[in-house]
Design a protein around this ligand. Sequence first.
Ligand SMILES: *Cc1c(COP(=O)(O)O)cnc(C)c1O
Length: 400
Amino acid sequence: MSHLMNTYARLPVAFERGEGVWLWDEAGNKYLDALAGIAVNTLGHAHPALVKTISEQAARLIHTSNLFRIPLQERASDLLAEITGLDEVFFCNSGCEANEAAIKLARLYGHQRGVTEPHIIVLEDAFHGRTIATLSATGSRKVQAGFEPLVPGFVRVSMNDLDTVRGIADRDSNVVAVMMEPIQGEGGINIARLEYLRGLREICERKEWLFIADEVQCGLGRTGKWFVYQHAGIKPDVVPLAKGLAGGVPVGACVAGGRAAGVFKPGNHGSTFGGNPLAMAALITTLETIRQTDLLGNAERVGRVIRDALVRELGDLPGVREIRGMGLMLGIELDRPCGELVTRALAAGLVLNVTHDTVIRLLPALIMSEAEGREVVARLAPLVRSFLQEGKPVPKAAAH
Ligand SMILES: *Cc1c(COP(=O)(O)O)cnc(C)c1O
């Protein structure tokens, strides 16, 4: 036993080294990484450009403080403004902090307009983080249980249902924002319809609500465009980002534009570590590498290869409910809990994850090649096939 607090039921594997989409454990076993540290290692492991940037920046300057100008932070914000189409950026260190900033921004926006008890519309099965405010916004009893009282002010609706949102718009004058993931990650790779995103944008426009698109997991090139909202041709007001932003160096960002720009003033929000030179150098190199080596195009191409192969190998199996996703954010929903597939995949040299009990989740690095993509399916398909042949589906209620 170590002295670690018992917050994770960890798998008994420790990786020692990585290169590209490959990992090696302490015993020298080699694994194909289809998870990328939960959508974090955008450029794979030990990418030469990122290694060079981080080592050079560490030797020059790691941290100063936001009490001073940080030129690398200014450059990073220019880059994020350019790719998001928004105006200004607050830097922090994680996804929950990016969402905390978004929630605070929405509340302050409300107060500035005379709404003293602002409400934010959130979705069922949403995941926004583990801090008290973000777990309150999260749509999972498992995440919330035991941490009551929750932060008030969140109104929950189901995804892809615009009528309920219109109904709330007609009767709740305290609403100041909608906060949602264009593709829910932890919730099971649930994709918002593009018409739904456009409809939300329209309601937000009419009611002067802020549209907060939490792209912490789905954003930053994974779906073949920089952001999922760009597939719908819309622009949110606030975009919280983290995970893949700096290739594994912890960085979060809350990007704001339109009526969400200019809401925060000095003293309203802050972060000691946020946007330090080391983090910003890693962010700039990660985003520039994505652009210079066309990783958006690669994500789309390799995503299609994996998806087509999954449909071919598994699509007709009884027990496979749906194969869905965009680009390199893919889910295979089974008709039964399948958490044990994670251990079996490890034994077969494949790193993946199961979310929402029944959804096998693939989130590989954006640098994965087509051949490596096919190899993911070659390793995964037999595992799923034999798993499904073993037993009858367990009814979901009985599994808990
Ligand atoms: C992972 C995730 C978060 C939380 O990010 P942390 O860095 O773990 O705080 C928030 N929103 C979404 C959509 C996520 O996938």
